[in-house]
Design a protein around this ligand. Structure first.
Ligand code: SF4
Length: 354
């Protein structure tokens, strides 16, 4: 199949149909600032365009250059990231910013970009292609779907990825590889959608094998679904004179470094233990949160204490006024838990000495 059968009609379509996104340059123009490309790509990992766009703008307003971000206070960046989820991304963002600022700019090749914290195969290829014009093969979820249909790849995911990359790389043009990647993304977002792709409006329908077979929705072939494991835990709402005790989660692992309510660990069996005796109230509703690899159900137990404890089970406590607790940059799981407590009728409890 000649290369032009895909890249030419796709780029022609992109020239008049490209989405205007705050981190992009118009089709065919000079590449955008690598800082913008990198920042947007990190934000877009696991986050939609609509959700990421206001964060992107706020980050640029606050830290207009990679040097400014590299010099930022860790806590402030984590707070600005709150709500985007997958907080390891924010820690890696800072680590990468400091490396790039120290070396005087971004590396320009896919392999050198890959060595930066938080940059995997997709992100390295996207930055290399979009910011530096390297003919890298960029494959995100949208592109994976479009390519699996174009070439009718019957192998189920994730094993299909090698075949998809091989087939697509033969069509990446030496000119405008960044626009090619972004055009594939846009096509997947607007025309070659997961359900009911609009093949009649598609610039690639003449080259598309799945369309020719009449079975576009059969691709990509999905592996059989595995059930998501369930974990349980208890969070403790400890109140003293209108202030609530918060902890900071350990720096590594899920929600690492983020503020949280103290509580038990998370395990497959219920742990409803409490850190000290006295009068506790358990809420009937649990907080349910779906992480990538498991679902968590968190029970909430509330109590009131007669004095501020400095620490609990080896963890330092920070006391935050009830009225300001939602401004603390809590990750979504704990923000939801806090709202649940704030909206629940609280029994009158006599503050006790723990
Ligand atoms: S023709 Fe249909 S299935 Fe093929 S790439 Fe276009 S929208 Fe997707």
């Amino acid at each position: 199949m000649p290369v032009d059968s895909i890249s030419r009609p796709l780029l022609d379509w992109y020239d008049h149909s490209a989405r205007a996104l705050p981190w992009r340059s118009p089709p065919g123009s000079a590449p955008p600032d690598p800082y913008h490309v990198w920042l947007s790509e990190i934000m877009l990992q696991q986050t939609t365009v609509a959700a990421a766009a206001p964060y992107f703008q706020r980050f640029l307003d606050r830290w207009p250059s990679i040097e400014a971000l590299a010099a930022a206070d860790d806590e402030e960046v984590m707070r600005a990231w709150a709500g985007l989820g997958y907080y390891a991304r924010a820690r890696n963002l800072l680590a990468a910013a400091r490396i790039v600022a120290a070396r005087g700019g971004f590396p320009q090749t896919e392999s050198a970009l890959r060595a930066l914290p938080g940059i995997g195969a997709y992100t390295a290829a996207a930055i290399a292609a979009i910011a530096f014009g390297e003919p890298a093969t960029v494959i995100d979820a949208n592109i994976e779907r479009v390519a699996s249909r174009l070439f009718a790849i019957h192998t189920p995911l994730p094993a299909a990825r090698t075949a998809i990359a091989e087939a697509l790389s033969a069509h990446v043009p030496a000119e405008r590889p960044g626009d090619f990647a972004q055009a594939m993304m846009d096509l997947g977002a607007s025309i070659c959608t997961p359900r009911a792709p609009r093949c009649l409006a598609c610039p690639l329908r003449k080259a598309c094998t799945a369309h020719a077979c009449g079975t576009p929705e059969a691709f990509p072939v999905k592996p059989p679904k595995k059930p998501r494991p369930l974990k349980l835990g208890t969070a403790w709402w400890i109140e003293h004179d209108g202030s609530i005790a918060l902890v900071r989660r350990p720096p590594r692992g899920l929600l690492g470094g983020m503020p949280a309510l103290p509580g038990t660990g998370w395990a497959e069996t219920e742990d409803d233990s409490l850190p000290f005796g006295g009068q506790w109230h358990r809420l009937d509703t649990r907080v349910r949160h779906v992480f990538t690899h498991f679902e968590l159900r968190l029970t909430l137990a509330t109590t009131s204490v007669a004095e501020r404890l400095p620490e609990l089970a080896g963890q330092q406590l920070r006391w935050v006024p009830r009225s300001r607790i939602l401004d603390e940059g809590l990750p979504t799981l704990y923000a939801r838990a806090v709202r649940l407590v704030l909206e629940s009728p609280q029994p009158q409890m006599k503050p006790e000495m723990p």
